[in-house]
Design a protein around this ligand. Structure first.
Ligand code: 3HC
Length: 351
């Protein structure tokens, strides 16, 4: 048995819940407003395709609410990947060995790539990358709460790989089967790369846990600081999640926030045991009846404060992003000038 199997690491084949095959129309209309007869026919075709678990592609007709939901979710996701490069990027110059530095550079570069696939997927819905980036840079767009916390020690880099990327994979594997083709296809590649990210983090921590008492304490301290933030990453409880019902109806969101959070906890507990760390929740225990772990209460006030711009690093993260964008202006100008020159040459040759 491999270590991945022993510790229940994530794979690409995570099961969907038993009710996944049921039609999603139960009790919910895809578009609430009255439609013109010609649109009603298109709406009916759209609903039939969603109920049959088919894919919607960019040139297909889609209700405006579907388009809006996708642009909202995919652009927030893309921003999360790009801002997510920053907490770990801080450690590239301070990685403890050449091997760790090479792995970290590759990982941070992957996150940039994920952002680009996702911006491209959102662009197929008619929103330009400039519009999305403007929303991010002016503070109007959301990105994941988790990237607004500081990375204080090298152990944080391992814990981000193990827990943050682990939580991201748990949330994103169901998205590989979402109803919008470009998003689903982007997520397949993203999830494969995220699996490597999660494993490199866990492996880095395993090595530290075989080291000195100081190294072990550093890992435990990082786990203590990140655990609750990772649980909150899955989003508010289903009862307080305004988009969940519609997201499920559209075949975008396959599994609810609470169920994914529970799956993550159940998968992580044995991994923590193998690692030799304690998860900082005195109420965390196996519930034989539920066949799941019970856990303590998440601090939702802290989560919402962070989502609304008042976490420990929100301002710093946004300022770094805006500076990177402004500093890169000359590269974009040069690329455009080169493209114009090539186009001019091609026209001259054709004449
Ligand atoms: N951080 C910030 N905002 C969050 C959030 C979080 N962890 N969880 C929920 N929210 C926001 C929602 O975006 C929504 O805001 P809006 O109305 O302004 O758009 C509001 O809180 C209500 O939440 P809902 O549960 O109703 O929203 P959703 O149905 O969209 O579910 C989600 C939230 C589960 C995050 C879903 O959007 C999703 O699965 N998104 C795609 C995956 C994603 O974006 N992951 C982010 C992390 S990516 C990452 O970690 C990179 C990796 O490299 C580590």
């Amino acid at each position: 048995m491999t270590q991945a199997q022993e510790t229940g690491m994530y794979t690409q084949s995570m099961d969907l819940p038993d009710d996944a095959a049921e039609p999603r129309s139960a009790g919910l209309k895809a578009v609430p407003q009255a439609l013109h007869p010609s649109e009603a026919e298109l709406q009916a075709q759209f609903d039939t395709r969603i109920d049959a678990d088919g894919k919607i592609e960019p040139r297909d007709w889609m209700p405006e609410a579907y388009r809006k939901t996708l642009v909202r979710q995919i652009s927030q996701h893309a921003h999360s990947e790009i801002v997510g490069m920053l907490p770990e990027g801080n450690w590239i110059s301070r990685a403890p060995s050449l091997k760790r530095k090479a792995i970290l550079i590759a990982k941070v570069q992957d996150e940039g790539g994920h952002g680009l696939y996702l911006y491209s997927a959102a662009e197929t819905l008619g929103t330009s990358r400039d519009q999305m980036l403007d929303a991010l840079h002016t503070g109007r767009a959301k990105y994941s709460s988790i990237f607004n916390y500081p990375t204080l020690t090298w152990a944080d880099v391992g814990v981000i790989g193990w827990l943050v990327d682990g939580a991201a994979i748990m949330n994103q594997i169901p998205l590989c089967r979402c109803s919008y083709g470009p998003y689903a296809r982007a997520m397949i590649r993203v999830c494969k790369e995220e699996s490597f990210h999660q494993r490199q983090g866990y492996e880095a921590l395993l090595v530290m846990m075989q080291g000195t008492a100081e190294q072990k304490a550093m890992v435990q301290d990082a786990v203590n600081r990140w655990w609750w933030k990772c649980l909150a990453m899955f989003g508010p409880p289903d009862a307080d999640s305004p988009h969940s019902a519609q997201g499920k109806r559209f075949g975008i969101k396959r599994i609810g926030n609470d169920e994914l959070r529970q799956k993550f906890i159940d998968a992580t507990v044995p991994q923590a045991q193998v690692l030799g760390v304690t998860l900082p929740d005195p109420e965390l225990k196996w519930n034989e009846e539920r066949q799941h772990h019970d856990h303590g209460e998440i601090d939702w006030d802290e989560f919402w404060a962070t989502v609304n711009g008042n976490g420990p690093c929100n301002k710093e993260r946004l300022a770094t992003r805006v500076k990177a964008w402004n500093d890169g202006q000359w590269v974009r100008d040069a690329a455009l000038a080169h493209a114009r020159k090539q186009q001019h040459r091609a026209l001259k040759e054709a004449a």
